[in-house]
Design a protein. Sequence first.
Length: 258
Amino acid sequence: MEGRREIGMSVSLSGQLADAARAGLDLLLPPRCPETGALISGAPGVSADAWRNLHFLAGPCCECCGLPFDIDLPGGTLCAACEASAPRYDRARAVLAYDEFSKSLLLNLKHGDRTDIAPLLGGWLRRAGDGLIRNADIVAPVPMHRSRLFRRRFNQAGLLAAGMTQGTGHRPALDLLERIRATPTQGHLSRLARSRNVRGAFAVRAKYRGQLDGKRVLLVDDVFTTGATVEECARVLRRAGVKFVDVITVARVLRPRH
């Protein structure tokens, strides 16, 4: 009993020290909104002005790719693109519309060294993808090629996956997939060109082979543009025996896949 009390006191003291350290750091380097630069109180977040500019996605959407509908339609409805050509993944969902504001937020994470906002974005992903997370056997980020990882020092999708799974009982499989071929940036490529660009760029790591039969994998990434990247990831996962592949991203482009 005495030992438990000592452990409890130790944990409490550690928590108090961590809180004090965070408070001291906030005094030295006050948290700022990654969007507006305004000072904010408490944990990393966004200012009221930035919040008003963000377009959160809610309401009716394509059951498969998550494209928002302008009118209320019955659940299970597919968009025209998914009716015409079913993606290799099962469901894709996103938190935000991809526009100048969400783009700025993600660029701050990826290129502005604002990794402190990953838990915030992870929390948004957790709420938007609650059903996907609960159904998943494995949560994994879309991987980055080692050459780009060396330059950037972190994979933003991995940080988002870690933030999203906090408190869910999941531990993300950060190394489930590997990017075996470096690909040019895809910013201005068409969907067809993107598909060709990423073809053969991913593989399931050897240690997971033979362990994925019948599993449901949830892929995490920052942006869904045409879906070419996650479709290629889904293709190699299905070849390895995965039965279902779902996708969750922070933002998505609001246009059909084709």
